[in-house]
Design a protein around this ligand. Structure first.
Ligand code: ADP
Ligand code: MG
Length: 261
């Protein structure tokens, strides 16, 4: 990679909990994500994927190693300029949207925190960007379907025009057909805006569809990195990645074997 990585994670370690519940959730994980790239983190539940995203955002401690954004190390609390560059989308669009706030208020909040003018125009544009009618503006989250709520979560993440989206199982709570629509929306938005994605899923088929490269995680450790060529050839080296492949419907196509070691 000749250009400065948009995201660089160097030997990241994250220790969570206290006393007997203390756990090394992430153990010396390293990877780089180029500008405009979509990079996946895949692994079974509890492998440390969300903890990596949380550590990037300052929601979990960086116990060891470091994280660099555009070559600059992140230190201490994430400030306003970080929020304008890096935004996160969570799995559960209902839990992440305040139930008693209208969509208008949900989308306006980041604008007021960052002192941005042009509120009406930006909110209408954000709705249009995610394919929602302006009429959604004065509804409440419970009046929306799961897919529409996740579109709002994406609109809120994009309203400050960040360059990086951290996506934590953004479609895992949705039905398959709705999942495909939201994934297509994310693909289009990345192409239009040159966004960089760090995309987390337990489903290898989804990550394969959304990402050029991916890191397989297990029990807090990096197991192997798969680039585009190895992904296309289904050339996985570890038994663990092979197990994930078999568990992901649609990753191994009919008539296509699992590549040998
Ligand atoms: P994933 O997103 O891959 O499912 P997580 O990053 O959520 O995995 O969790 C990684 C590990 O950290 C798991 O063992 C989990 O139980 C543990 N963990 C997550 N959050 C906490 C916490 N707040 N306190 C203690 N342990 C935690
Ligand atoms: Mg998780």
């Amino acid at each position: 990679m000749s250009t400065t990585p948009r995201i660089e994670v160097r030997h990241l370690g994250v220790t969570l909990g206290e006393g007997r519940s203390r756990v090394d959730a992430v153990k010396s994980v390293s990877f780089k994500v180029a500008p405009g790239e979509s990079f996946g983190l895949v692994g079974e539940s509890g492998s440390g994927k969300s903890t990596i995203l949380r550590a990037l955002c300052g929601l979990a401690p960086v116990s060891a190693g470091e994280v660099l954004i555009d070559g600059a190390p992140l230190t201490g609390r994430r400030d306003k300029s970080f929020a304008a560059r890096v935004q996160m989308v969570f799995q559960d669009p209902y839990g992440s949207l305040h139930p008693r706030h209208t969509i208008d208020r949900i989308l306006a909040e980041p604008l007021s925190i960052h002192g941005l003018k042009d509120r009406d125009r930006r909110i209408l544009q954000a709705l249009a960007d995610v394919g929602l009618d302006p009429a959604f503006r004065f509804r409440l989250p419970h009046q929306l379907s799961g897919g529409q709520r996740q579109r709002i979560a994406i609109a809120r993440a994009l309203i400050l025009e960040p360059s990086i989206l951290l996506l934590d199982e953004p479609t895992s709570a949705l039905d398959a057909s709705i999942q495909a629509e939201v994934l297509n929306l994310l693909t289009r938005l990345r192409a239009e805006r040159g966004l960089t994605y760090l995309f987390v899923s337990h489903d290898l088929a989804v990550v394969d569809h959304m990402c050029e490269r991916l890191l397989v995680m297990r029990a807090g450790e990096a197991v192997e990195t798969l680039d585009e060529g190895r992904l296309a050839r289904r050339d996985v080296r570890s038994d663990y990645a092979r197990t994930l492949m078999v568990a992901s419907d649609g990753f191994v196509r009919p008539g296509e074997g699992v590549a040998g070691r």
